[in-house]
Ligand binder design. Structure first.
Ligand SMILES: *Cc1c(COP(=O)(O)O)cnc(C)c1O
Length: 241
């Protein structure tokens, strides 16, 4: 299977998932996650219609962005989807268009300072750790049915991030637990959707983007309201490591 064939298959199954819940496939942004993949593979994906790429490491992304930008016919948008270490933050601007993985107030504050210094407004998503796994980055989502202390904390963090200049919070991002059963995965996506509804009410803001769904679960994510899916293996094949 070529990269172009893979992209066609992914696009078809995005359309099928949309059909199940009466959504328009034009509402879904397909981000090709190109970590560990070569510039040549990325250019092939761009030639087959991809115009959003996601990288999870700042340095690897920066190395490829310049080359890819030079080689593609139509402009592409760049998404940072992985944890950004403190000392790498200043390299994120101005190359990445959307930082999906804002997982702490501290990171948001740094990005805000840098964006203001460059007279820029940076689009971000807030990464939420819905499943509460210790191994995951993200602002800790609270358990819907109990813990008000957690909820209070999340509300405060998000309120503080929304107040920062130089950033535009476009929505939320999450990752489903690795290898979980479809019902558990669906629950995580539905929880992110509910959280978005609650936040838009509490803070009187619009959060149009919900980034959820990867190779193993993007159809479920679309059924649960995803507007951005981040897909690596289904497009580029398995990764080495
Ligand atoms: C690697 C990665 C993806 C893509 O995962 P696949 O299972 O290859 O589709 C999506 N989101 C993030 C944050 C990733 O790190």
């Amino acid at each position: 299977m070529s990269i172009a064939d893979n992209i066609k298959r992914v696009e078809d199954s995005i359309a099928a998932a949309c059909g199940k819940v009466d959504r328009d496939p034009a509402e879904i942004t397909l981000v090709a996650v190109s970590k560990q993949k070569s510039v040549e593979e990325m250019v092939a994906a761009a030639a087959a219609g991809i115009n959003h790429f996601g990288e999870n490491r700042v340095e690897e992304g920066i190395e490829k962005i310049e080359s890819v930008n030079k080689l593609v016919a139509a402009p592409v948008r760049w998404h940072m989807v992985g944890h950004v270490q403190s000392r790498k933050v200043k390299r994120v601007l101005p190359l990445f268009d959307l930082v999906q993985s804002v997982d702490s107030l501290r990171l948001a504050q740094k990005l805000s300072r840098l964006a203001q210094a460059k007279n820029q407004t940076l689009d971000i998503l807030l990464e939420i750790n819905i499943s509460g796994e210790a191994s995951k980055y993200g602002l800790k989502g609270y358990n819907c049915c109990g813990d008000n202390v957690e909820k209070e904390k999340l509300w405060q963090e998000i309120g503080a991030i929304l107040a920062l200049d130089g950033l535009r919070v476009k929505g939320l991002m999450t990752m489903a637990p690795y290898g979980a059963a479809p019902q558990a995965v669906r629950r995580v996506f539905a929880d992110l959707f509910s959280l978005r509804e609650e936040l838009t009410g509490v803070f009187a803001i619009s959060l149009p983007e919900l980034s959820m769904g990867m190779t193993d679960d993007y159809q479920i994510a679309i059924e649960e309201g995803a507007t951005i899916v981040r897909i690596g293996r289904a497009i580029f094949g398995e990764r080495k490591g």
